[in-house]
Design a protein around this ligand. Sequence first.
Ligand SMILES: *Cc1c(COP(=O)(O)O)cnc(C)c1O
Length: 422
Amino acid sequence: MNGSPIWHPFTQHGLNEPIPKIDRADGAALYSADGQRIIDAISSWWVTTHRHCHPTIMSAIAEQAVKLDQMIFAGWTHEPADSLARGLVDMMPASLTRVFYSDSGSTSVEVALKMALGFWANRDKPRHKIIVMEHSYHGDTIGAMSIGARGVFNRAYSPLLFDVETLPFPIPDNEQVCIDACERLCKEKPAALIIEPLLLGAGGMLIYSKTVLRALKDICDAHDVIFIADEVMTGWGRTGTLLACTQANVVPDILCLSKGLTGGAMPLAVTMANDAIFDAHYSTDRAKMFFHSSSYTANPIACAAANANLKIWNEEPVLERISDLTARQSALLSEIATHPLVANPRQIGTITAFEIMSDKNGYLSNIAPQLLRFFRERNLLIRPLGNTVYTMPPYCIDDDDLKTIYAALYEACECVKTGNLN
Ligand SMILES: *Cc1c(COP(=O)(O)O)cnc(C)c1O
């Protein structure tokens, strides 16, 4: 199409879909090279929290860039990483006292798994089993795929993925099945349970109850199973609170954060751990150190962006903005919920989702590419998961943009109904 040598992620180049070129962003919008304003209804794939190009973050990046660009982090340190680690320890639940840096959500998950396995290995009680929840998504590296839902995304690699134990998704009227499965599996001495708290994102924006989350944590505690919360997507206010776990009064042993850590401006991730996890690796024996690093661990410019994000959280009314957006989302969702093709309208904090009923469901459902095109033609960045449509805008979005999004969602439902979506 555009003759570029780029091989894009999650893109079938053989379908020759247009690939619009963006050259700047501001607030809740992207601007294309040919001057179109595109409303970013999904926060650029769930990363942009406050707004695009937040001046505090942009100037922190600019200042840091002329000072210290990049350096080795094994055995060396720098100010942006040090103040960020302190800031995170202050801001996150008190028992999470250690901050390990990496560069993406997937890596933060790999690190969490290795910490959990290392914990058991270093205490000479090796455990290897990981418990996961049905429909989970934790990233696209081999380890992260192993603990995520299996499907068309990973069929080619599935023989290499390691086995896990899977809890059935706790559908509202049948939560006990999930809780019972956790109880049974925890008796078999697994190393850890890893979970997306309250909301499974890529699995289809599936929401489950605080009660279940709390119950799973209690079971892990009772059986000495490490509880890992993957808040890569749910963190930084998306579900209404800084962390989703807080709503269930849950403090994980290990916490994964990425996407909104820099406000969505730079690639950076952390895996936070409590004293027990750190202490299991603390020794004069070099063989017990935590064997993980990547070249860009704690990149100073990315850390500066994250420090600016923490400053925004501390100085701006972020939670008020979030609760205001939550209320506006709720009003618009209840309007569109009256459309006959809208099924399972649901919301958690700033995120809303529903299914557009059509004869074919699932990720490769026929209407997904048509919907994508429909929204692209209307200058909206909305990327349905199969026939599941969701919105997750940056917190700065104004009423006009939000209403434009819902008007297009309604129109899309109408087109599906009348068979005019093509
Ligand atoms: C996006 C996501 C990841 C992976 O993060 P990347 O930065 O894309 O590697 C992991 N877990 C969850 C819950 C996510 O939503």
